[in-house]
Design a protein around this ligand. Structure first.
Ligand code: SF4
Ligand code: SF4
Length: 209
């Protein structure tokens, strides 16, 4: 009986010897993670309006935001002075974060993004509080958005942003951007028309109903 067990064990060993190992050789070989992996949260500070939505909705209360108000001159002559929030501190405590993505989903201004980077373990738990500079650095590791479906028009956020970019680039750039925007709009309208059912011709005046 013992010999039978030994033979079975050896047979299993030899069978496994010929198979490829599935062990991940990390850290020598980095895992191929999907682009939308939730590794670390990156901040585009320029997009943040300090609306506090992310901090309020975070179930772990691990987003820390400080700001102050700044007065701006009125937009029109005789108007009231405007005010805007200026960000003083933006930090996320990744020792508390549960990677639920609520903050990223609720941000109305696309200021927060997931990066697949996950190598930020620390020996001191206090170092897991990433301040705004570190959160901004993670933006370099955020993968570009997935390409739009074939046949789809250009994304509206690009077409609406181009004229402003081009105005800054001068009159030639502005004209080119307006042309691009007009063409994109025409392409979208043509695409929408082609998906509509054939139009019913209007009834002749006086025709019986
Ligand atoms: S992923 Fe969730 S827990 Fe982490 S900071 Fe965002 S809202 Fe808070
Ligand atoms: S929800 Fe977005 S815009 Fe508002 S404070 Fe958070 S990161 Fe900034």
């Amino acid at each position: 009986m013992a010999r039978l067990g030994l033979a079975q064990g050896l047979a299993t060993t030899f069978r496994r010897l010929t198979r490829r190992a599935v062990t991940a050789q990390y850290p020598d070989v980095k895992p191929a993670l999907p682009a939308r992996s939730r590794g670390v949260i990156a901040l585009t500070e320029e997009n943040c309006t300090v609306c506090m939505l992310c901090a309020r909705e975070c179930p772990d209360w691990c987003i820390y935001i400080d700001s102050h108000k700044e007065e701006l001159p009125p937009a029109t002559e005789g108007g009231r002075p405007r005010s805007r929030n200026v960000l003083d501190r933006f930090a996320i405590d990744f020792s508390l974060c549960m990677y639920c993505s609520i903050c990223i989903d609720v941000c109305p201004f696309d200021a927060l993004h997931w990066s697949p980077e996950f190598e930020y373990a620390e020996l001191d738990i206090r170092d897991l509080v990433h301040e705004r500079d570190r959160l901004r650095e993670w933006m370099w590791t955020v993968p570009p958005p997935a390409p739009v479906d074939s046949g789809a028009g250009p994304p509206p956020e690009l077409t609406s942003a181009r004229p402003a970019d081009a105005e800054a680039a001068g009159p030639t750039g502005a004209r080119a951007a307006r042309t691009r925007t007009a063409r994109a709009g025409a392409a979208r309208r043509a695409q929408a028309d082609s998906t509509q059912p054939d139009a019913v011709p209007p009834a002749e005046p006086g025709a019986a109903g």
